[in-house]
Design a protein around this ligand. Structure first.
Ligand SMILES: [Fe+2]
Length: 165
């Protein structure tokens, strides 16, 4: 989480964001995975019915957003970015896209290190193309493995492609 927070802070600073906004970006690094280590069964129970069929590995996002909202966090963009940081969603704005990218590009991840480093170098100026590359790679992985691609993720893909035009 600290590595994701550091990336988000760097990117917000590089974009010339105001110090309050830099803090907001950084805080997402610490918030997005706050329930990652919880048992998926207990996370599933926290969610509304239409989100209970999410696969185990994505439950911690929507569950964390639910918990943070319950604890009094009212920043809708932050809550949305937390909820969709793994699945993606067409509803993500720059902050949500950056969180999606930072979660995938943080330097502690071991697979495809050179590719990840190259994408990190292109951030934050190439935010949308970088997110499209990450999303494409993740969808290819799911398809190769004959796994289901969630409708939120497919909609995210179509949305990111439409932004390219
Ligand atoms: Fe996560």
């Amino acid at each position: 989480m600290a590595r994701v927070a550091a990336l988000l802070q760097d990117w917000a600073e590089a974009r010339g964001e105001h110090s309050d906004e830099v803090l907001r970006w950084r805080s997402l690094g610490f918030l997005h995975d706050c329930l990652r280590d919880q048992d998926p069964k207990s996370l599933r129970k926290m969610l509304p019915k239409d989100q209970r069929d999410f696969p185990d590995n994505v439950l911690h996002g929507p569950a964390a957003a639910y918990r943070l909202r319950k604890e009094g966090l009212k920043d809708a963009e932050i809550l949305n970015a937390v909820a969709y940081h793994t699945l993606g969603s067409p509803s993500l704005g720059d902050l949500g896209l950056a969180t999606y990218a930072a979660d995938f590009l943080e330097p502690g991840r071991r697979l495809r290190r050179k590719w990840r480093a190259r994408l990190r170098e292109a951030m934050p100026q190439d935010l949308e193309p970088v997110v499209l590359d990450i999303l494409g790679a993740r969808m290819q992985y799911l398809i190769k493995d004959k796994r289901r691609v969630r409708p939120e993720t497919l909609a995210f893909w179509n949305h990111m492609l439409a932004l390219k035009r």
